[in-house]
Design a protein around this ligand. Structure first.
Ligand code: DWN
Length: 409
C-alpha cells in the first residue's frame, strides 16, 4: 500500500515524486510455469525525492517477507566479479583492522556466505544475518553461522549480549532494502564496538541519474543513496560518515561508505559532500528531468528491437536479473520480441520472467540456439559476460547493451 508521503529517513512530509514506472510485478518473483495462470502481485513503482534530507525513495512499501523470504532467488555467488570484489574487501579489512581470532565480523544480508567465508577461512569469528531461508541454509552448509532474521535494534541487542560488540559490520546491498531504515541504522549503532567500523555498500544515486539506470529501481530497493542522505541518516543515530570509496564498475556505480561511532571525516568524504552540494544532489531539480530521459530510452530500445525482429532477426536476453524484470515490464518487452532469457543461477532456470513470462534457460542455450542478438539485461556485468560468451560472439552473435543508450557490441 502507498504510505503517507513521509520520508523514510527524516520522517518529514517533504516527498516530491519525479518518476513513475507503472504497476510492476516483484522483480525477483520469477514464475513457475505451472502457476503462470495465477494472478501475479503488481505494485506501483513511483520514485520521490525528499526535500528535507535528500533521500531518494520509492513510495510503495511491499512487506519485506514477501520480497525476501517467500521464494527469494538471488544468490550472490553467481558472479565471479562480485566474488572477487568481496574477497578484496575482506582481505583489506583483515589487514587494515588487524583482525584475528578475537575479532568479530558481522555481515547483514550475508546471503550464501559468499563474503564472510573470506574471514572464516582466516579463523576470524563471523556471524551472518539473513532472513532468506535458502540463502541462509547455503551459508550454514558452508560453515557460516547465520541468524535467519531481519536486522534491527532488538536483534542487535541480543547479538551484542550473546556475541559481544562487533569490530566490523558489513552491510552490502541491504541498507537500500529495509523499510525501517532508522531501525536498521540504530541496530548497527547498538552492535558496533566503540572503535569499530561499519562499511555500507550501495549503488550511488548519482550514477543512476548520470547513466539513466532506471532499471535498478524495483520494490526491493526502498532507497537510493547519496552521501548527503547517508550523512544525515547516520548522524541521527550517533554515527558518522567518515570515508567514501567509489567502484564505478560494480552494479552500475557503487559507493562504499565507511561509518563509525567516532567522528573522523576524511578529505574524500568531505569532498563528496561538497561536490554533491555543488552538483545539486540536494535539490529536486537534479532529478526533475529524469523521467523524460527514461522515456526516450524506452522509445529507442523498443523501436530497435521491433525493427530487428521485423527484419527476421532472432533475439534472446542475458540475465534474469531484478533490473531485467523492471526493464522488460516498463518497456512492455515480451515473447513477441525476446524468445528466452539465459542465466547461470540454477534456481532461476526453468522459471518465467515476472510479468512478461519470458522463459529462463541455462546459458548454454546461446550456443544451442545461436540467436542473432542478445539483450544484456545484466549490463552491470558486461565485461564478465562478454568474455564468458566469446564463442557466441565469434559465431557472429551480437549483444545489445540497453543502458545508458542502446549499443550493439
Ligand atoms: O540489490 C540487489 C542486487 C545487488 O542484486 C539485489 N536486491 C538483487 C540483485 O539485483 P539483480 O538481480 O539485478 O542483480 P544482478 O547480480 O545484477 O543479476 C545478475 C543476474 O545475472 C543474476 O541472475 C546472475 C546472472 N549472471 C549470469 O547468469 N552469468 C550473472 C553473471 C555475472 C554471469 O556471468
Amino acid at each position: 500500500m502507498s504510505r503517507e508521503l513521509k520520508c523514510r529517513s527524516c520522517g518529514e512530509p517533504a516527498l516530491r515524486p519525479f518518476l513513475s514506472l507503472g504497476n510492476t510485478p516483484l522483480a525477483d518473483a520469477l514464475v513457475l510455469p505451472e502457476r503462470v495462470d495465477e494472478p501475479e502481485g503488481r505494485f506501483p513503482l513511483d520514485v520521490a525525492f525528499c526535500t528535507g534530507c535528500s533521500l531518494v525513495q520509492i513510495l510503495e512499501e511491499v512487506p519485506p517477507e514477501q520480497l525476501f523470504v517467500d521464494n527469494y532467488l538471488y544468490f550472490s555467488s553467481f558472479s565471479d566479479e562480485l566474488l572477487r570484489h568481496s574477497r578484496e574487501h575482506a582481505l583489506g579489512l583483515i589487514d587494515q583492522r588487524e583482525l584475528g581470532p578475537e575479532s568479530l565480523v558481522v555481515e547483514l544480508a550475508s546471503n550464501d556466505g559468499y563474503l564472510l567465508r573470506n574471514f572464516a577461512d582466516k579463523g576470524i569469528a563471523v556471524a551472518g544475518v539473513d532472513p532468506a531461508p535458502d540463502q541462509a541454509e547455503a551459508a550454514e552448509a558452508a560453515g557460516i553461522p547465520t541468524i535467519k532474521e531481519f536486522f534491527g535494534p532488538e536483534l542487535a541487542r541480543r547479538m551484542r549480549a550473546d556475541l559481544g560488540p562487533a569490530d566490523v559490520i558489513i552491510a552490502n546491498n541491504v541498507m537500500a532494502h529495509v523499510p525501517d531504515l532508522n531501525g536498521f541504522v540504530e541496530g548497527m549503532s547498538l552492535l558496533i564496538a566503540d572503535d569499530g567500523l561499519i562499511t555500507v555498500e550501495n549503488p550511488y544515486v548519482r550514477e543512476l541519474i548520470r547513466h539513466c539506470e532506471f532499471d535498478t529501481i524495483y520494490h526491493e530497493h526502498f532507497c537510493y543513496f547519496s552521501c548527503t542522505a547517508v550523512d544525515a541518516l547516520v548522524r541521527r543515530h550517533g554515527l558518522f560518515l567518515n570515508h567514501v570509496e567509489f567502484f564505478p564498475d560494480l552494479h552500475g556505480g557503487t559507493l562504499r561508505w565507511h561509518i563509525g561511532p567516532r567522528e573522523d571525516v576524511s578529505d574524500v568524504a568531505a569532498q563528496y559532500l561538497d561536490q554533491e552540494r555543488r552538483d545539486g544532489l540536494d535539490t529536486f531539480e537534479y532529478f526533475a528531468a529524469f523521467a523524460e530521459r527514461v522515456d526516450r530510452i524506452r522509445a529507442g530500445l523498443v523501436d530497435q528491437l521491433r525493427q530487428l525482429r521485423g527484419d527476421g532477426a532472432t533475439i534472446a536476453a542475458y540475465g534474469a536479473a531484478a533490473k531485467g524484470s523492471t526493464l522488460l515490464n516498463y518497456m512492455g518487452i515480451g515473447t513477441d520480441l525476446v524468445d528466452f532469457v539465459v542465466d547461470r543461477n540454477v534456481h532461476k532456470q526453468g522459471r518465467l520472467m515476472p510479468g512478461v513470462h519470458i522463459p529462463v534457460r541455462d546459458t548454454s542455450a546461446l550456443l544451442e540456439e545461436q540467436p542473432d542478438y542478445v539483450l544484456m539485461l545484466a549490463w552491470n556485468f558486461k565485461d564478465e559476460i562478454l568474455s564468458q560468451q566469446a564463442e557466441y560472439r565469434r559465431r557472429g552473435g551480437k549483444f545489445i547493451v540497453p543502458i545508458p543508450n542502446p549499443e550493439i557490441l
